[in-house]
Design a protein around this ligand. Structure first.
Ligand code: SF4
Ligand code: SF4
Length: 320
């Protein structure tokens, strides 16, 4: 079943449960970033971000067959590193309220797989991987936007920031479905991937949303809700910004997110990781999950697997 987004209202960057994003907890978490993460951040902010609005060739190309040019741009995206690519129609209802609406009609969405063993880590290794992937995504997005600019069309790269809400736009591009844990799930990469977007006025052919049977699976599954230490995942869908969907209470998530170094337990425990590219990696943790049953049984396992996190306050109370 596809999600009805016809009554969506533009999202705000501020969480629904109230402002607290620039908290001491989040600053403390950022102080623990490993050196590689800081380097990737610097390159993103200082080198790539200023190039996100591509130069436009004044000699506009005759695009000819739109199906062919769409496939050509998707192939280019894969050539420069994207793992999956789709195209959505621009929806102004998924432009953040406090930003400029890009002067574009299409959004190319792409995903990049994360290394599963790094994903299933709650220490600094996971931060190395997350920031490596964010850097690579902006690098790829800038290359795609510049390539489109070469055809004489405007294009902006939207990495882990920008004017557009990534999850709904990637959903509308057919890359996956929203999971109960609040992230998009792809049939091949499960929850172990990240998203980026490129908006453009090049009239690419739209893929549109797809039903992969993922939402139906979430209706029956309770794994992420049981393993979320913040009890932040709603077991039922609710209306959020005009769309009836799964919802994460970010105020409940945030303390754990910060103190577990970018907690993503909900993403790593999702059994849909075990169906595609990460089957082998998921098999290893699946046994631990079956024994642990919920977060109170699983946090000590994570702490043992991640010695550097053992003195973390959240984990230490579970250590015997
Ligand atoms: S763990 Fe289960 S309920 Fe949660 S996102 Fe994955 S499939 Fe859906
Ligand atoms: S990141 Fe951690 S605390 Fe936040 S919703 Fe996922 S499992 Fe829960």
């Amino acid at each position: 079943m596809t999600v009805d987004v016809s009554k969506a209202i533009p999202p705000s960057r501020h969480r629904r449960e109230g402002p607290a994003l620039d908290s001491e907890g989040s600053r403390e978490f950022q102080r623990q970033y490993p050196e590689e993460a800081r380097r990737y951040n610097w390159m993103q902010n200082q080198v790539l971000w200023p190039s996100r609005d591509a130069a436009v060739n004044p000699n506009k190309a005759d695009l000819g067959d739109l199906n062919a040019i769409t496939e050509h741009i998707k192939d280019f995206a894969k050539e420069v590193g994207a793992d999956v690519v789709g195209v959505a129609e621009m929806d102004p209802n998924f432009v953040f309220k406090d930003t400029e609406t890009p002067p574009h009609t299409r959004v190319l969405a792409f995903g990049l797989a994360m290394k599963f063993d790094m994903m299933a880590d709650i220490g600094q290794n996971s931060q190395r991987e997350v920031h490596r992937v964010y850097f690579k995504m902006l690098d790829i997005a800038v290359r795609i936007s510049q390539y489109i600019g070469g055809f004489g069309y405007s294009a902006w790269a939207h990495p882990n920031a920008g004017e557009l809400a990534h999850v709904p736009m990637a959903y509308l591009a057919g890359l996956g479905e929203l999971g109960k844990h609040g992230s998009l799930i792809n049939p091949e990469f499960g929850s172990s991937w990240r998203l980026a977007l490129v908006s453009t006025d090049m009239p690419l052919v739209v893929d549109g949303p797809k039903d992969f049977g993922i939402d139906a699976m979430c209706e029956r599954c309770t794994v992420c809700t049981r393993f979320c230490p913040g009890e932040a995942l709603s077991p039922e869908k609710q209306e959020v910004n005009g769309v009836f969907r799964w919802h994460v209470d970010t105020a409940k998530c945030e303390p754990y997110f910060n103190r577990l170094w970018g907690c993503k337990i909900c993403l790593m425990v999702c059994p849909l990781n075990g169906r595609g590219a990460f089957k082998a990696g998921y098999k290893v943790i699946a046994k631990e999950l079956a024994q642990a049953k919920d977060y109170s049984g699983y946090l000590p396992v994570l702490a043992r697997n991640t010695p550097e996190a053992a003195d973390n306050l959240v984990l230490s109370k579970y250590l015997k």
